[in-house]
Ligand binder design. Sequence first.
Ligand code: MD3
Ligand code: FE
Length: 203
Amino acid sequence: MPTLPKGVRHFPLYLSPQQQASLIDEIRQVVQEAPLFVPAMPRTGKEMSVRMTNCGELGWVTDKERGYRYQPTHPLTGAPWPPIPETLLDIWRDVAGHDKPPQACLVNFYDEKARMGLHQDRDESDFSAPVVSVSLGDDCRFRVGTTERGGPTASLRLASGDVLVLGGQSRLAFHGVDRIYPQSSTLLKNGGRINLTLRRVTA
Ligand code: MD3
Ligand code: FE
């Protein structure tokens, strides 16, 4: 499919290299306080290849026993998630077109082998708000389809500093990350890709 689904807005290089560098510093502080954890699929316990943490009042977590959910505390430390950095709240304010601020910011870390299979984001109870995604570090091939599994898909290369807004019809679209392009960015000393997703969870 050559065109993106309705409701997807892509802002290439929304963040300057300086803004990307300071955002990385802020995310490093988040990860120091709320260490990356290994998410596992419900029931099977199969580990995902992406490493995760969160900031904000709620964070998305998953494990074998309790499955996908949002919770106010880190699954390993039990501590509340650190606050969402001001830089990210500003981005939301500028692009989301939504009154209320984000409640959750999921931090996904991809090494060069990590992937994310096609899925829908349905663990929130408010789909009227968009999801805002910020990419940092290595490029990836992002894929987005329709609201039906098996429908046509479009691919997009996402680069460091890109912002993606998924609202309207695209909010429940299937999407995933097919691959990382190693060494396509020098932002992260040890390579890899970080994706930040800002969301409303409750109405
Ligand atoms: C399209 N993350 O955390 S971000 C996720 O790059 C997730 O880490 C990917 O899928 C990543 O759930 C993709 C872009 C994105 C986020 C949410 C969406 C695209 C979306 C929700 C609906 C449709
Ligand atoms: Fe998703």
